[in-house]
Ligand binder design. Structure first.
Ligand code: 76R
Length: 274
């Protein structure tokens, strides 16, 4: 049953995240003269540089796999006005109607509700490790814990995106139906279940980098899941393994999957034949 004392962590900070996927309309592109095409590619390159030079702003660019989309952008920036302005410019960046939006997702970075609190960690130190509060070892352990959590929180709210070869994006939500309503579970039950999920996830350390961004009230699903990997085997493996994790088994709802490859701009132009 839902916990009447539960106070959800309502996000008050974080960055805005736009995932933007487009198809290239070669018919429109071919109307441009070779000079216009060259100029367009130059101004596109300049726009990318301008976005990347904007404070705290990151733009990743992907050559998307399969005809679901050709070009993918992941834009992360603090201010929504900035995000919105860049998004409109990116859409027009290769000329009118050259890029047709096929899918987009709007979310925000957020921290987890289920992290270990100072009080919980203090309890573990006392009960499981027998450390007395106030002792030098206890204080040292608590200090290390706080530093670790501060870094963890910073990485979630203000992530530095990696440029790994493979990118995977899909929206997710937690199921809400009689007998299987995630939001009807108590906080303790959810936290315990998410603990199992995180244990599976941590096995992929160094192979998968995951960024969960929240989209309740912003887009159709509840989270955007962004995975970075060095190869598709790891993406397939983690998503398959998590299918058997109780949280996903009982409560996981998935949207469409998109796979992209990180490529430099000149290769992107060649790849999508611009
Ligand atoms: O945030 C953390 O890094 C620690 C714990 C953790 C949370 C709270 C965590 C760990 N995840 C969390 C939340 Mn996750 N994650 C997914 C998918 O669910 C599926 O079946 C597939 C989609 C993958 C592959 C994945 C990977 N996770 C979430 C949420 C929000 C849920 C909520 O708040 O109720 C979703 C939708 C979600 C989905 N997860 C990890 C991973 C990996 C690799 C980790 C370990 C990260 C690390 O320790 O570096």
């Amino acid at each position: 049953m839902s916990d009447p004392n539960f106070v959800p962590v309502v996000p008050q900070e974080g960055w805005h995240v736009l995932h933007l996927f487009y198809k290239v309309e070669h018919g429109q592109w071919s109307i441009l003269s070779p000079d216009e095409q060259r100029e367009t590619k130059t101004s596109f390159t300049e726009l990318v540089a301008e976005i990347r030079e904007t404070e705290n702003t990151q733009l990743l660019i992907f050559s998307m796999v399969s005809p679901k989309a050709d070009i993918g952008f992941m834009l992360v920036t603090p201010d929504l006005q900035t995000a919105n302005a860049f998004e409109k410019r990116l859409t027009l960046s290769l000329g009118p109607e050259v890029l047709t939006p096929v899918y987009s997702y709007f979310s925000m970075t957020e921290e987890s509700e289920y992290t270990t609190s100072d009080a919980e960690y203090a309890g573990t130190l006392e009960k499981e490790q027998g450390l007395a509060p106030g002792s030098a070892e206890y204080e040292k352990a608590m200090g290390e814990f706080s530093a670790r959590m501060a870094k963890y929180r910073k990485d979630k709210l203000y992530p530095v995106l990696p440029v790994w070869e493979v990118f995977c994006f899909y929206p997710m939500a937690k199921r809400r139906q009689p007998g299987q309503n995630w939001y009807g579970l108590s906080f303790e039950e959810r936290k315990k279940l998410m603990g199992g999920h995180a244990r599976v996830g941590r096995k992929y350390a160094g192979k998968i980098l995951q960024l969960i961004t929240g989209s309740t009230g912003l887009d159709d699903a509840e989270w955007g899941v962004t995975l970075f990997a060095h190869d598709t085997f790891q993406i397939k493996a983690i998503v398959y393994e998590m299918r058997f994790d109780p949280v996903t088994v009982h409560y996981g709802e998935f949207g469409e999957f998109y796979i992209g490859l990180s490529v430099p701009l000149d290769e992107l132009f060649r790849r999508v034949q611009l």
